[in-house]
Design a protein. Structure first.
Lengths: 121, 133
């Protein structure tokens, strides 16, 4: 019998998957706020856990797209990943040095920007 | 010049990913499509590869800072394909305009809740530590 906690996590996974399927985003935009607001996660724990979930969601999606449709430009993707990985190491390091509230404020700003981008065609 | 801008956008996407725990695809897709000439579909697929690598390194770094609950992450990730299927069904039956409006409303609701919570809570600055478990 799954616990209530497992069911809530399943709901987060399902919602993240829905948005991945609909908008092609990794799902972090819904995973992070739901972990904070629903589970009382601190911002840092929420963002770290979200990244790990995105690895799984993205891997499943990439296998489906790369394997079936062959649209992935592997060499370009790998080359451009070098600065992106440098960025994520820097971003996580910065995050440890700012307050958790600041992470929430930045995330809220990101959500508002996404909302505006969605309704303006 | 275009290559340089693509590199800068990719780095910015990585920083954003590390700061707020998203994959960075919002910036990777334009880097690939606008500056490197991939089609939209190719850019989105290739962006997924980058997201996986970036999220993997980001999660590894966060784990070493003590900010990762692997069990919860696995549960969320493994159950997401169910949601992807539901998403595809929804996309085929609901107009894109309605979907966009609904997601925008949800994003604004989350933003409001996060701001309200952050505004009220006293803060603990400093090194990352496992706070909720």
């Amino acid at each position: 019998m799954p616990t209530e906690r497992t069911l809530k996590l399943a709901a987060i996974g399902t919602v993240a998957g829905i948005f991945s399927g609909l908008f092609g985003v990794g799902g972090g935009t819904v995973i992070v706020p739901l972990l904070i607001l629903w589970f009382g996660y601190g911002e840092r724990l929420a963002t770290g856990t979200s990244l790990a979930a995105i690895v799984i969601i993205g891997t499943l999606g990439a296998i489906a797209q790369g394997g079936i449709y062959g649209n992935v430009h592997v060499e370009t993707g790998l080359l451009l990943s070098i600065p992106a990985i440098g960025g994520v190491v820097l971003g996580t390091a910065i995050q440890q040095r700012i307050s958790q509230r600041a992470v929430s404020f930045i995330f809220a700003a990101l959500l508002i920007a996404i909302a505006i981008e969605l309704v303006i065609p | 010049m275009d290559e340089l801008l693509a590199v800068l956008l990719a780095a910015a996407g990585g920083v954003a990913g590390g700061l707020v725990g998203v994959g960075g695809g919002v910036l990777f897709v334009p880097a690939l499509s606008i500056f490197l000439g991939l089609t939209q579909v190719e850019a989105e697929s290739t962006s997924l590869l980058m997201i996986v690598l970036v999220a993997l390194v980001g999660a590894y770094r966060q784990n070493s800072y003590g900010n990762l609950n692997l069990r919860d992450a696995l549960t969320i990730g493994i159950l997401s394909p169910l949601g992807v299927l539901i998403g595809v069904v929804i996309a085929n039956n609901v107009s894109e305009q309605v979907l966009r409006t609904c997601f925008a409303a949800l994003a604004l609701f989350f933003a409001y809740q996060l701001l309200r919570r952050a505004w009220r809570s006293p803060d603990q600055a400093g090194q990352g530590r496992r706070e909720a478990e």
